[in-house]
Design a protein around this ligand. Structure first.
Ligand code: CP
Length: 332
């Protein structure tokens, strides 16, 4: 490019950015990094028990939450986590933003990038959206759920909850029940549990268990009785919004509940029950199971705050090691 005017050459080159760390997939993390994040989350959890909960740690930093899909737990906990760390927080939901006027994710990312955010947290229905934001802003990017691909902070908060409740994750047996096919939670959690030395059995009707998923190091059963051997029964939501119209994954929700619903009779006393939320009570999980003392569902939500504080803190303070984002993944 020797003949090209320097200004034009600069346009042709990818933007010069300092190395940044992102959290886009659990596959970005080593076991040591997960342990470090869980340790940090434990420290931040102690701050949540104090009268004055705010810490000055990220004062002067800016966190943008960019949500293209509905969320209660993830969006509220990232917002509160950033505020508890004294960061400036901007929360943008696609509905009511310029997305309604047809703005592309790239242009939204470039627009937000003008404010020099330190972290962009993104949830989007398309796989690869976090990579695109990483490419077009100078921020650290946290994936808050992209399509059915990954939801890494959900997996971290689940590992944290299990670790706190059962004194460790290694050698535990976790049964993940339900709609694995459409679940980014399941994909992230399987990776996280295997990384930390737990064994995993996926339970559900054949159409909702992806073919070949055993390659992730888990077992598969189509019989609900398989959950009885597990230390933890992790129930997944039936994701009706991701199911293709006209596809018959199960004959009916009533039949799904009859054969694979997690009811009091199907679990052992003392077995821990988890669900990422939101729950369809009476479909994949019986209300009595959800409200029982051994259900960890509200603890998962509380863990989410400490874990997301840890993730924000860690990204902004722990060294400039870059996790490579794949090349362009255009998302409308
Ligand atoms: N578990 C989870 O991602 O919940 P929300 O959709 O409410 O964020």
């Amino acid at each position: 490019m020797a003949d090209v005017h320097p200004l034009i050459r600069d346009e042709l080159l990818p933007p010069e950015r300092p190395p940044r760390r992102h959290l886009i997939s659990i596959a970005d993390l080593s076991r040591e990094e997960v342990e470090r994040l869980l340790g940090l989350a434990r420290a931040f959890a102690r701050s949540l028990d104090r009268d004055v909960k705010k810490l000055p740690t990220l004062r002067g930093r800016t966190v943008v939450n960019l949500f293209y899909e509905s969320s209660t737990r993830t969006s509220s906990s990232f917002e509160l986590a950033a505020k508890r760390l004294s960061a400036d927080v901007m929360s943008i939901k696609a509905a009511g933003s310029a997305v309604d006027k047809g703005e592309s994710l790239k242009d939204t990312a470039l627009t937000i990038g003008c404010y020099d955010p330190d972290v962009v947290v993104i949830r989007h229905p398309e796989i690869g959206a976090p990579h695109l934001v990483a490419r077009h802003t100078g921020a650290h990017v946290v994936n808050a759920g992209d399509g059915k691909h990954q939801h890494p902070t959900q997996a971290l908060l689940d590992l944290y909850t299990i670790d706190e409740e059962l004194g460790g994750v290694e050698n535990l047996h976790v049964a993940i029940v339900g709609d694995v096919l459409h679940s980014r939670v399941a994909r992230s959690l399987i990776q996280g549990l295997r990384l930390m030395g737990a064994s995993v059995t996926l339970v559900g009707p054949p159409p909702l268990i992806p073919r070949g998923i055993e390659a992730m190091g888990c077992e598969v059963s189509h019989e609900i009785d398989a959950v009885r051997e597990a230390d933890v029964v992790y129930v997944l939501r039936m994701q009706k919004e991701r199911m293709q119209a006209g596809a018959n994954y199960v004959p009916s929700l009533r039949e799904y509940t009859a054969r694979w619903g997690v009811t009091p009779e199907r679990i052992r006393p003392g077995q821990r029950v988890m669900h990422p939320g939101p729950m369809n009570r009476g479909v994949e999980i019986d209300g009595e199971v959800a409200d029982a003392a051994n259900a960890l569902i509200e603890r998962q939500v509380r863990s989410g705050l400490a874990v997301r504080m840890a993730v924000l803190y860690d990204l902004l303070t722990h060294g400039p090691v870059a996790v490579a984002a794949p090349e362009t993944l255009e998302v409308a």
